[in-house]
Design a protein around this ligand. Structure first.
Ligand code: 5RP
Length: 226
């Protein structure tokens, strides 16, 4: 049983939550790609859904498998978003953004009635914080935001390096931050969100309603208590 088998198992389990008539948010990354492939199969078997994508990559994949993809600019609310994560803990706090799509992912998640994270067992942690926490930055504000993140105690690395920096789908930069153990996630969320020129970050504290995690072929589901 490989990590890919577990990603696929989690994705297939989450795809069962998708029903006729839904407007579905499609996440980004290798686990989300298994979801998109599975939804494509279900669409070809008659499932009627429309989707919005959290990245150009996922939009392209979805169209390739026959899913109707809308422009999110025309959408005010999504029924269900299903996305991967880099780390998730039992509080359903997640770190996202290794794929660089965290700004769109957070916007689509905020618009969604429900969010499910899908992951293989390597993403499940006792407490989030070991993964790099990415911040999308307006290029104009790069130096300033970098200094502010350093002031918050982060080790900060420009994704892709200075020679050829990584650019998001919006053309912005990504600063990958390492904070170590995150003692007060809410305080960090508020501090990151308050930096002018920082456009979005990969800390997801409120959005995730359920996590479907597959480990060694066994699928488990954690739901946020209502
Ligand atoms: C992209 C993300 C991904 O969902 C996250 O990085 C997990 O990716 P993968 O499923 O490939 O491990 O947040 O911005």
């Amino acid at each position: 049983m490989t990590a890919d088998d577990d990603k696929r198992a989690a994705a297939h389990a989450a795809a069962e939550d998708v029903a006729d008539g839904m407007l579905v948010g499609l996440g980004t990354g290798s686990t989300a790609a298994f979801l998109i492939a599975r939804l494509g199969e279900r669409v070809r078997s008659g499932l009627k859904i429309r989707a919005v994508a959290t990245s150009q990559r996922s939009a392209d994949l979805a169209r390739e498998v026959g899913i109707k993809v809308l422009d999110f600019a025309d959408v005010a609310a999504v029924d269900l978003v299903i996305d991967g994560a880099d780390e998730i803990d039992d509080r359903l706090y997640a770190i996202k953004g290794a794929g660089g799509a965290m700004l769109r992912e957070k916007i689509v998640a905020a618009s969604a009635a429900r969010m499910i994270v899908i992951a293989d067992g390597s993403k499940r942690v006792d407490r989030i914080g070991a993964a790099k926490l990415p911040v999308e930055v307006l290029p104009f504000a790069y130096r300033f935001v970098r200094r502010m993140l350093g002031n918050l105690g982060a080790e900060v690395v420009l994704r892709g390096g200075a020679e050829l920096p990584y650019r998001t789908d919006q053309g912005n930069l990504v600063l990958d931050c390492h904070f170590g153990a995150i003692a007060d996630p809410q305080a960090l969320d508020a501090a990151l969100s308050a930096i002018p020129g920082g456009l979005g970050h990969g800390l997801f504290l409120r959005e995730v309603g359920s996590a479907i995690i597959a480990e060694h072929g066994q699928v488990t589901r954690v739901d946020r208590p209502v």
